[in-house]
Ligand binder design. Sequence first.
Ligand code: ATP
Ligand code: MG
Length: 601
Amino acid sequence: MRLSQMLFVTLREDPAEAEIPSHKLLLRAGYIRRIASGVYAYLPLMWRVLQKVSQIVREEMNATGAQECLLPQLQPSELWQESGRWETYTKAEGIMFALTDRQERQMGLGPTHEEVITAIARDCIRSYRQLPLHLYQIQTKFRDEIRPRFGLMRGREFIMKDGYSFHTDEESLKQTYADMDTAYRNIVRRCGLAFQAVEADSGAIGGSGSQEFMVLADAGEDEVLYTEDGSYAANVEKAVSLPPEAEPSPFATYEKRETPDTATIASLCDCLNCSPTQVVKNVLYQAVYDNGTTVLVLVSVRGDRDVNEVKLQNELTRRAGDYDAIALLSLTVPDADAQQKWAANPLPLGYIAPDLADDYIAKQKDVAPKFLRLADKTVENLQSFVTGANETGFHVVGANWGDQFTLPPVVDLNKSMAGDRSLKNSEQVLQTARGIEVGHIFQLGTKYSEAMGATYTDKHGKDKPLVMGCYGIGVSRLAQAAVEQSYDKDGIIWPVEIAPYHAIVTVPNINTKEQMEAAEKLYAELNAAGVETLLDDRKERAGVKFKDADLIGIPYRVVTGRSISEGKVEVVDRATHESRDMAIADVVPTLKQWVEEALAR
Ligand code: ATP
Ligand code: MG
């Protein structure tokens, strides 16, 4: 492609709308244009990158025996009613764009395709002989993200490869899941990215496993905890660990103490001269279930720890049946306004004890009359601890479970932190890193097949629900993650594997016949040899062309400059800025070899 004929618009200044380097660079270098919040046009250079990522995905998926298809984006609400997700996806989480057609039928734009694929499996799969089966597609997804940001990282319209597998049993599912683990590692590696596979939260449906593929970068929205020896890595949402031991308590006897202005743990520890590890902190949450019931939840956790709200959500979902509900709609820390709706009296906030009286909850329909009390593991074995006295300005010290307080049901609800020891190997300390989730593989089990009646007939003629897995990779997010991992002050440094072009031939002065002729020849020969090459034949100053070539991040630049009279050109490596003079005759074979080596990685 000739730059003189291409839609090629670069910006000198950083666009104000962009916060992170990869977003700024993709806008500046003319790869993408914002059309609306979280909605982007992929311009020709970007589309080539996306096609390359898609092709790698396709090759790795096909190699596992999965088959490509294309499912509809416009989906009838009925299917989502059957799976039970219409209400949560359109109302509670609100992630699904929904619309009403001219016949007054409700439809949604696909944020994901479990419902559609399960409907197809229900129609098409009859017998165990057809299993296992794995279908995937590469397609635009729609999600009404509450905070679209960082360009393609969190868009409202984005490209995803999603695949769904069907099995007779868990064992067969595990086999495909393992194949997908390998395929995903190959995909991310072949795209030229450094990554970490981590254990991930699989929500309240449990399932026997879920794993995310994280591209490590400071701008990542996820936190990853891992050990140096590689024996453990998990998303912080899911991570488990051994917190540091609590310090022995200095409070030998139980008593109530006046502790003015100590609503925070730090101020309380200052006042009592104790360690946060000796404090039982009681955190109040408000849970709303899908049947409209509000439940007030009191979680007791050690003073130096935080509640992992994902673990808490999962626990509350597991308990939905206790409140005649099916799903949890929301979990929040109730602010003053929210408390007004149910609190019979003002709460002693900051001074709450595990036995806060249930009569703080005003009797009313739709609000569970008792607190749901839960204790995190970190408080289970605490002795002579400090906690609130249910009275503003007062705490109790020297308290014990079984004496002054009843220990609530114990659940692992605490948020693991860097510095904790690993449960796998207690000599290993957890380290923290930021990650961009580019892929997620998931053992679904029978959740959708049971809800939607997708069954097969087994060897003995018995009907059984299909066992399912699902596997997603964010094609557009991955492409931007590559930039986030690889850029410098001059612009993008694409990995050769997914660069829109491998090389760019820059003509410093198009009015010099010799320069132009050599460039035209190299341009034609490089392309013919399979080195995808651009020709910068624009009427621009040489400095502008060099800057643009650096900005758009093409791996190799060939400059037909002054040394052309000696039969040489300059070849510059974008990543290292290393420049060398090369005989014209060597350019094509050398670049061809470099590209082939990179693609074989
Ligand atoms: P996140 O936790 O980042 O919201 P998710 O867990 O909801 O993502 P999945 O449903 O697992 O995402 O989707 C599979 C993949 O699709 C993700 O791993 C990610 O790469 C990509 N993806 C998800 N949401 C977006 C988005 N809004 N914009 C771009 N890519 C996305
Ligand atoms: Mg995910």
